[in-house]
Design a protein around this ligand. Sequence first.
Ligand code: PMV
Length: 370
Amino acid sequence: MTLRMIHGYFNEKGCITPAGGTFSAGWQSPSNIALVKYWGKKEGQVPMNPSLSMTLSKAVTRTKLSASPGGEPAGLISVNREADHPFVPKMKVLLEQLVPVIPCLSGLAIRAETENTFPHSAGIASSASGMSAFALCLLDIAVQMTHTKPSPCEWDAMASEASRMGSGSACRSVYGGFALWGKTNLVPSSGDDHAVDVSRGVHPVFLSMHDAILIVSSGKKQVSSTIGHGTMPGHPYLEGRIRQANVNTGVLLRALAGGDFEQVASVSENEALSLHALLMTAMPPIILVKPATMEIINRVQEARKGGMPVFFTLDAGANVHVLYPKDAAGPVEHFINEVLVSFCEDGRVIYDECGPGPVKLGMDLEKVPQ
Ligand code: PMV
């Protein structure tokens, strides 16, 4: 059973479907950037190692769903009124995983409207924000149909569990601040089914950390993360990688708690470079970094050696996330503009920061006052 929380909650809960009624839900959900990387998975979207991420603030997906019981045909019908929108296949997979554990969702004709605040090609994980926004909407509709009210803890765990089935990293986006996914003895509440919020143990300096995303290449990624994860079983460095991620998770949690910027910087950079080392040493090799990626990395490391509080991380792509404390935004952003922007495609930088997590929206996609 890969959806334990959701199964436990919705099991045997009947749904109330008013004749001719339509259910609707809207959610905004952010992307996140992993400092300890999830890399490699087992069947059922189970991670091979724990991962730890910072939730972003401005890079969000806004999604609204309308669902009509007894509609023909049932299932996800369109995204932005297009039946063949590129999101449809991935969203359909998520819906198909949820229907057996939330029977209410079967037989619904679902239409989705969705928008990203960031360009698709920006190298920001749109699957994390997109899949979590969709999962939150589906869960919201299921709760309406069953006339139930999960506790905030139940809601978060179920939203994370559902998001995970769409995209592993999406399960961390349902929490603001910092989230951990994957079983580790370091955090007793952790598990593989859903992420947990670890922000309470994080020093305030990191809860307002900034992330400038330097766009080196906006072209479509050569290799999808699914193919990337698929290189890990049988990878010659697999065992070492799992050990390293577990050690790095512990070091990072302690450094985040203690406000130790230097340690957070070195662990995060080690994780980013390890991810790309694993990609490069896969068979066949996958090389995603570009010369400009390395130029930026070198300069960020030199700047830190010179006393500037700044570090980098990478996703599975060429773009570079440059992280720094809010207090240092003046000098670091000056450095980005003067030195790093010249390595970016068309000088593109997206400025983001640590954020508060998902927000419930009205049908006009405006924030619902709490
Ligand atoms: O969630 P996926 O399957 O797109 O995998 C994401 C993998 C990385 O972005 C490279 C790392 C991570 O933990 O987000």
